[in-house]
Design a protein around this ligand. Structure first.
Ligand code: AGP
Length: 621
């Protein structure tokens, strides 16, 4: 959601800014802009629409200078217009800034600034911050000593401004009278710095830095960075200078190349054999018939005494948590509760000691998941993250965690992160199972199953042509049902979500047997039902549900693992995936469902990688 980039160095800032904004497009946005500082002026270029429109604007009217910041805006306060696009100017154009996040008290601040004579051009909360910063710069107390520290006025003005803000922010600011510097600040909205040679970079996440530098600094909440071409200084909003660690960026330029694919979503779907392998790599211990994790950071005694799991997440990550619930309860026999993070953060559930919280999140920045994690931490429960983005806020704030190692997921619709999360869930089930009742032999069976999984996912990908044909047949339909039971119920939910988010087609996921308690009323010749019905203990039951749909004239698309099964006789269209143990079925079955959503969206002319209204990491409540 919203993206920030910044550049300080001897090259034209706009070159990096444009490229960086393109790499941040996946986060979701509806307008974009840049500002550069040079020769006593700050020059803003911004426009509603895609970064491509900004690029055209910059061709006719270039933004010159070696210092600049850029932004992609996802509208919160006011529609996607040129005026509401960032950057916003403050005061007499003495400052310009870009902002991610939401300033909750902006109305009160705006009223005061209006009384002081400031004029506003936009509806945004961010312009309020720009004017407030200009006001603080103009009204510094006399004891701010520029001769000792040339940036003292900026620092004090920024600190004074920040202390008045309520809400969340990732801010990057440039100053007319200090054209060699960018100041950034963060609270609740991620910012990273890229350390170059005679140049430095700023970004909302590591992707714009790939290929530019391998050195990254993660800013923490309440930190302010003063960045010039040769220096990075980090200070705490209230406590003065702090040491900053330089880490290694884990993204390579090739990771964000489309390669032979037309869309990131398809590329990421096809990466799954590898990402499943990566999620397993080094985590299977045949000697002990268990899983191993490097980052749980809990003592053997703490691990042994876990009596209950709470899994919290949003969206697709919530679906993988549901898969995890089935896995952990069945294999480890430990009770699991799955909570929407947005609900958990405001609920006050009675949780006994021995409760371990896992926050599942691809991005590691989802604000609801972060808030739920903080709430649980505050109540003294150990917290773990299952996260893809290294160094993300949730990964850093959790007591311990497990990385997915799926590589950057750029398509807004999560695919490879989902299957990697399910794999990690299965590893946790194995691990905690082996701490309790699961036998050595049963542990080894699970390891055997997991070792075969990357190849089975590869085989599931071979359904691509068949799935494309099915997509062509049903792409004009406006309602779909997705049905599955037990492990495949979350897979049904996830299949429906994929279709909804990228093709804008209404789709509902249900446990197959629930269908007759209401959704069956939706069934008609125009409403396809997608059944996930591999061989399992409930096969006959699901088959009965399928027959009920057929009896009412509803077309059925079935994902099966046996070509000659009874389902194939009844269903209109069949997709055959490899047979795997029941706990791995949602992983294998999800692959064709991802492709089905992809092809239906494509046929309907939708922007698969940047679906309307959606953002990759949802950093507002
Ligand atoms: C997935 O396709 C969605 N874009 C969305 O539901 C996403 O899973 C959700 O916003 C949670 O994101 P996270 O995993 O980064 O926390």
């Amino acid at each position: 959601m919203c993206g920030i980039v910044g550049y300080v160095g001897s090259n034209e800032a706009a070159d990096f800014l444009l490229e960086g904004l393109r790499r941040l497009e996946y986060r979701g946005y509806d307008s974009s802009g840049v500002v550069t500082a040079q020769d006593g002026t700050i020059d803003v270029k911004k426009t509603a629409g895609r970064v491509e429109s900004l690029s055209q604007l910059l061709k006719t009217s270039p933004a010159r200078g070696g210092v600049g910041i850029g932004h992609t805006r996802w509208a919160t306060h006011g529609p996607a217009t040129d005026e509401n696009a960032h950057p916003h100017l403050g005061g007499d154009q003495i400052v310009a800034l870009v902002h991610n996040g939401v300033i909750e008290n902006y109305r009160g601040l705006k009223e005061k600034l209006l009384e002081r004579g400031y004029e506003f051009c936009s509806d945004t909360d961010s312009e309020v911050v720009a004017h407030l910063l200009a006001y603080e710069l103009r009204n510094l107390s006399d004891d701010v000593n520029e001769s000792i520290d040339p940036y003292a006025p900026l620092i004090v003005a920024v600190q004074n401004m920040l202390t008045q803000l309520q809400g969340t922010y990732g801010l990057a600011m440039v100053f007319r009278d200090w054209p060699e510097v960018i100041v950034t600040a963060r609270l609740g909205s991620p910012l990273v710095l890229g350390v170059g040679d005679g140049e430095n970079f700023i970004a909302s996440d590591g992707s714009p830095l790939a290929g530019r530098t391998e050195k990254i600094v993660y800013l923490a909440d309440h930190e302010i960075a003063i960045v010039t071409a040769d220096t990075i200084r980090v200070i705490h909003r209230d406590q003065g200078d702090v040491r900053h660690d330089i880490k290694v960026l884990d993204i390579e330029a090739a990771d964000i190349d489309l390669g032979r694919f037309d869309h990131y979503m398809l590329k990421e779907i096809f990466e799954q054999p590898e990402t499943v392998r990566n999620a397993l790599r080094g985590r299977l211990d045949r000697d002990e018939a268990t899983a191993v994790f490097g980052g749980l950071n809990l003592s053997a005694q703490q691990l042994q005494s876990v009596q209950r799991f709470v899994l919290t997440a949003c969206g697709t990550s919530w679906h993988s948590a549901l898969v995890g619930e089935y896995m952990i309860e069945n294999l480890a026999r430990i009770p699991v509760e799955v909570e929407y993070a947005s609900e958990l953060r405001y609920r006050n559930p009675p949780l006994s000691t021995g409760t371990l919280l896992f926050a599942l999140t691809q991005s590691g920045e989802t604000i609801d998941t972060l808030a739920a994690l903080r709430e649980m931490k505050r109540k003294g429960h150990p917290t773990m993250s299952i996260c893809n983005v290294v160094g993300s806020t949730i990964a850093r704030e959790a007591d311990g965690g497990i990385y997915l190692h799926a590589g950057p997921e750029i398509g807004v619709a999560s695919t490879k992160a989902f299957t990697a999360q399910c794999v990690v869930m299965s590893l946790l089930a194995l691990y905690f199972g082996r701490l309790h009742h699961l036998s050595y032999e049963a542990g080894l069976h699970i390891i055997d199953d997991l070792e075969k999984l990357p190849e089975q996912v590869e085989t599931a990908l071979a359904t691509h042509d068949r799935v494309r044909q099915i997509a062509e047949k049903y792409a004009d339909r406006n309602n779909f049902l997705y049905l599955g039971r037990q492990y495949n119920f979350p897979a049904a939910l996830e299949g429906a979500l994929k279709l909804k988010e990228i093709s804008y087609v209404h789709a509902e996921g249900y446990p197959a047997a629930e269908m007759k308690h209401g959704p069956i009323a939706l069934v008609d010749e125009q409403t396809p039902s997608v059944f996930i019905v591999p061989q399992s203990a409930v096969y006959d039951k699901v088959l009965a549900n399928l027959e009920e749909i057929k009896a009412r004239g509803g077309p059925v698309i079935a994902v099966v693992d046996d070509e000659d099964s009874r389902v194939t006789e009844v269903a209109d269209d069949v997709i055959v995936v490899p047979a795997v143990s029941d706990f791995l079925q949602p992983i294998v079955a999800s692959v064709p469902l991802q492709m089905l959503a992809y092809h239906i969206a494509l046929i309907r002319g939708c922007d698969v990688d940047k679906p309307r209204n959606l953002a990759k990491s949802v950093t507002v409540e």
